[in-house]
Write a protein that binds this ligand. Sequence first.
Ligand SMILES: Cc1cc2nc3c(=O)[nH]c(=O)nc-3n(C[C@H](O)[C@H](O)[C@H](O)COP(=O)(O)O)c2cc1C
Length: 452
Amino acid sequence: MPKKTMSIGLSIRYLGYHAAGWRHPAADPGGSTSFRHFATVARLAEESCFDMLFLADGIGVRVTDTPPGSLTQSSQVADFEPLTLLSALSAVTERIGLVATASTTYNEPFHIARKYASLDRISDGRAGWNIVTSWSDAEARNFGRDRHLDYDTRYDRALECAEVVKGLWDSWSADALVGDKEGARFLDPLGLHVLNHEGPHFRVRGPLDVPRSPQGRPIMVQAGASDAGIELAGRNAEVIYALPRSLAEAQAYSEKLRVALERHGRRREDLRILAGVTLFVGRTEAEARARYDAMRDLIPPELGLSYLYAQLGDLSGYPLDGPVPEPQDPMVKSIARALVDQAHRENMTIRDLYSLIASGFGSHVLIGTPESIVDTMEAWFSCGAVDGFNLCPALLPLSLQEFTDLILPELRRRGLFRTHYEGTTLREHLRLPLPASRYGDPVVPTVVEPMS
Ligand SMILES: Cc1cc2nc3c(=O)[nH]c(=O)nc-3n(C[C@H](O)[C@H](O)[C@H](O)COP(=O)(O)O)c2cc1C
């Protein structure tokens, strides 16, 4: 039996995940709103056979000027709407998966179903939806509210929204589009289903006006560790984008998720868990460390501190090169606790801690040679804690080029990553099963040939 290989995604938001990447000599500060930049990145990722491109999203400018001065130093204010960007990228790529984030709080399910089904057909079966509920007041203010919806309402709405979206994606059986010119039958009406959904948040009749795609329906992606997040994942997620800080954490999270799948009558193996990693690689340990340090030195203190303020609260009374204090009234207690514990364990100053977080926007940072980095990736993968990784590059396209030149050959030497695409759809790349239609319809599309 061929060896199981990793799934690897590439997060392509902004210029990369390093807070000060835009100041690097190799960076084009205007790149995050340049299609040419993204096209270069997408083609390079496809040449390397990545499973998918991934676009996180917040709907508007979420960064605040805390502490003062940090806003002007942040490049995370210039962005593209993800589906628009991925639609354009679908035209300059052929195989790589295209996963975009959309919020269930600020979209109607019909919008989501229709747009993702369209991208899925435009790209011949390469689309995925990252389901989020959004979390910031900045986004709420763009949609007629002062505060964002409370947690329970958001997740309740998300659960219903995802059900409706899946229902709409089942609107067409795979053989409903007949295209019989002689008989004047474009459509088999038995293959077109009206959803007639009525729930607390949505009333949606259907059907969708986009036929089923070659991968049945778009891949559903999710992140989140709360009970509500795990429930949403158990019912829907086919890919999880996770941010575990240690192998033990990854193992515990994976088990929780797979149990949640079983609770909903799904198979444990029908889920791909990808851990977010930011890699600083060099031919020697010293070269890798020098790359990390050079980028760290570009982080202005206000910008670095803004990452810590968001999690730990106001740190203005504390010296940058002193110890990390206990958090005061943190936004997410578990994240704050984990950060402070790590800082104390590794004897980090406030500057060390913000440098680490600002280097990969909170993803797991690995610094080392190709061998040492792949050792860690292999250890996480081979014990089943993760099925692969979502690469959160420090700076694009530079970090992707480094990954391709240094990490990829080592992964392939060990038989851990593909050398070519075996399939054409994202579902095939991820080796996930075709989803059954709720109407018991055929799910594999037949090709409509022009009739002579
Ligand atoms: C790796 C990761 C990526 C995320 N990406 C986004 C995103 O792009 N947009 C967004 O609004 N929220 C994003 N989130 C937030 C989650 O959707 C979720 O709201 C948050 O993790 C809290 O959920 P929980 O309480 O279940 O952990 C992300 C979270 C994680 C862990």
